[in-house]
Design a protein around this ligand. Structure first.
Ligand SMILES: Nc1ncnc2c1ncn2[C@@H]1O[C@H](COP(=O)(O)OP(=O)(O)O)[C@@H](O)[C@H]1O
Ligand SMILES: [Mg+2]
Length: 210
């Protein structure tokens, strides 16, 4: 059995990641692919416990560095227990956020040295995404959507517009630096149109080319 493919969704709050992840998983399933959907922070029992520490409470509850270390602790458990076993048995894994979110939120947003984040990546990431779909839209539009959605876990949403504008630029910089892995998709379009753009990229980059 061939190893599965690893797809990640990235972008700011309210960009449409969770919405598009569900749609993509349905289309892949219809195409006959076994899909495992998961999310970060979280995705394994231990990592979900760490998630609760990260997404609740005051905006300044953690320093950027403490937050980055918690994210990587969660990420390692998620890889060991969920992502790598699924890929090994041939399933495709579609993940709502992954390491690029740490580069953006704790690096560009939280002031953690990018060299330290790269060093953590090189030790922790035994798997890297085959394709990263970055949903892009203005920070204020995303925050408005996320606010209307409700549902708690608002610690990162509460960090202020300037923070979220830095994140947007950070994701665009990642995409520019790694065009082989990343595509930027306009998240301002209607849900169905964004879904078509997502499917186009997955089809041409992963399904048509083995
Ligand atoms: N393209 C879109 N246009 C309008 N509303 C959208 C679009 N994509 C998602 N939404 C809505 O915006 C809110 C945030 O979407 P969600 O997928 O939860 O974003 P994220 O996971 O990136 O934070 C949800 O209420 C969702 O239904
Ligand atoms: Mg989401």
């Amino acid at each position: 059995m061939a190893r599965g493919r690893f797809i990640t969704f990235e972008g700011g709050e309210g960009a449409g990641k969770s919405t598009q992840l569900r749609r993509l998983a349905e289309r892949l399933t219809q195409a006959g692919v076994e899909v495992v959907t998961t999310r970060e922070p979280g995705g394994s029992p231990g990592a979900e416990s760490i998630r609760a520490l990260l997404v609740n409470g005051d905006a300044d509850r953690w320093s950027g560095l403490s937050e980055a270390l918690l994210m990587f602790a969660a990420r390692r458990d998620h890889i060991e227990r969920t992502i790598a076993p699924a890929l090994d048995r041939g399933a495709w894994v579609v993940c709502d956020r992954f390491a690029d979110s740490t580069r953006a939120y704790q690096g560009a947003g939280g002031g953690v040295d990018p060299a330290l984040i790269s060093a953590l990546e090189s030790h922790v990431l035994s798997v890297r995404p085959d394709l990263t779909l970055i949903l892009d839209l203005p920070a204020d539009a995303g925050l408005a959507r996320a606010g209307a959605r409700g549902g708690g876990e608002t610690r990162f949403e509460s960090k202020g517009l300037g923070f979220h504008e830095r994140l947007r630029q950070a994701f665009l910089d990642i995409a520019a630096a790694e065009p082989e892995r990343c595509v930027v998709i306009d998240g301002r379009d209607e849900i169905a149109a964004v879904g078509e753009a997502v499917w186009d990229d997955v089809r041409t980059r992963l399904l048509d080319h083995g």
